[in-house]
Ligand binder design. Sequence first.
Ligand SMILES: *Cc1c(COP(=O)(O)O)cnc(C)c1O
Length: 499
Amino acid sequence: MNRELYYQSTRDASVRVTASQAISQGISDEGGLFVPCRLPSYTKEEIAQMQQMSYANRAAFVLKDFLTDFTQEEIRACVDAAYAPEKFENGVPAPVVTRKNGTHMLELWHGPTCAFKDMALQLLPQLLTVSLRKQHPETTAVILVATSGDTGKAALEGFKDVDHTRILVFYPQDGVSPMQKRQMTTQAGNNVDVCAIHGNFDDAQTGVKKIFTDSEIRDELAHHDMMFSSANSINWGRLLPQIVYYFSAYADLLAAGKIENGDRINVVVPTGNFGNILAAYYAGRMGLPLNKLICASNANNVLTDFITTGTYDRNRDFHTTVSPSMDILVSSNLERLLFHLSGGSDLSVRTWMKALSETGAYTVDPATLRDVQARFAAGFCDDAETAETIGRIFREEGYLCDTHTAVAVKVYEDYRARTGDDTPTVIASTANPYKFADHVLAAIGGETCEDEFENVRRLNERSGLAVPQQLADLAERTVRFTRSIDAGQMKDTVLSLLS
Ligand SMILES: *Cc1c(COP(=O)(O)O)cnc(C)c1O
């Protein structure tokens, strides 16, 4: 029997919940995020043992220490369903590919929707179903999702036709790629809904957060035996699965003889909501030998400025870029990092988050900033540099990356030139290039057109990279969802869809 692990809220540290409560609730009542009260940690020997494990077993190994109110059998069933080999290209969920220049790419996009969100969103519905059964056996979970493109599709695919769940996805009408839009608007399943918002991702995310904390709508739901839950990375059940692949990458590098056990590695993450890189931070605190965590942003470089100066300031122009899943000015998961780095000070977090919502900015104290900078480095690159990087890496190394991954590649090149740090480095590769076929095709010198499937064909011809069947199939699927609304109508839309 493992020692119990509880979760507390970043805005009220006296709140104590179990894993199944944290996962079914999504967000704490006062608006804080759930974080573990303590972290498990692994020895060198335990990390070495992961080499012999399948991905599902690596996941079960880590999950058992966090989900202490789940049985071993429940965890087993969850990971076996989520990481079944047939769901992932070549049966491998998170392969590490070493480029010609020696940099390691952790490819997280071989799942059902071709983006790294699958790594968490194939597992979250399993975790949520078990959590609901423990906490609220008669209740249907209504999953509200704000998406910058990839989360929406991955959540729809993960939750479609899952008993006792309904899912409703809001996406910014002009803020997602043509392929992302088509993936969502053609979604199958009888418990799914998709709706476009006139606005950007932050408008959608703010709207969803407001609905979550609206007591009128919560009461209305309760009346129908329903409750809200979240599939965004504010839900602990979204973050936890992401910790696993950093251990998995390290184990794979060990097995391939690319590093010695105990060697430190850098991790570079193309960042939006700060979920993926936060998972790497947790892995580091759990014994994974990490050197720097390098946070890569696009032109929406609010995190670069924060990590450099200690001031988070969202009062700036919002840029729609070629890496739309990173077009975010309010990175929700930073709140979790700040809670940990301030020594669990819910008072500090409340003060900063209040300033953020009232003035759009806050500045952390010098000690917290020092802690941030001890672990994190940061940089950003614009669309032109992103395209240049895709073209150059393809020409020189024959490696094709998507627009988000290219941001990380470029920011890492700059970091290395600036610091001379030659620690072995893993870059999180977050999407299949075909999800952004138009921009990737243009970046490697191809001519693009209006038809996204023609762009896919041309990209295939030029790059030789196989087109994932699930994207090719979309051409034949009928569009089911065409509704578009103002952000102010989100609440009414939720109510009307549920009645
Ligand atoms: C969501 C996403 C990101 C950003 O990840 P966060 O966890 O939000 O920081 C980066 N790249 C792609 C392709 C994504 O879908």
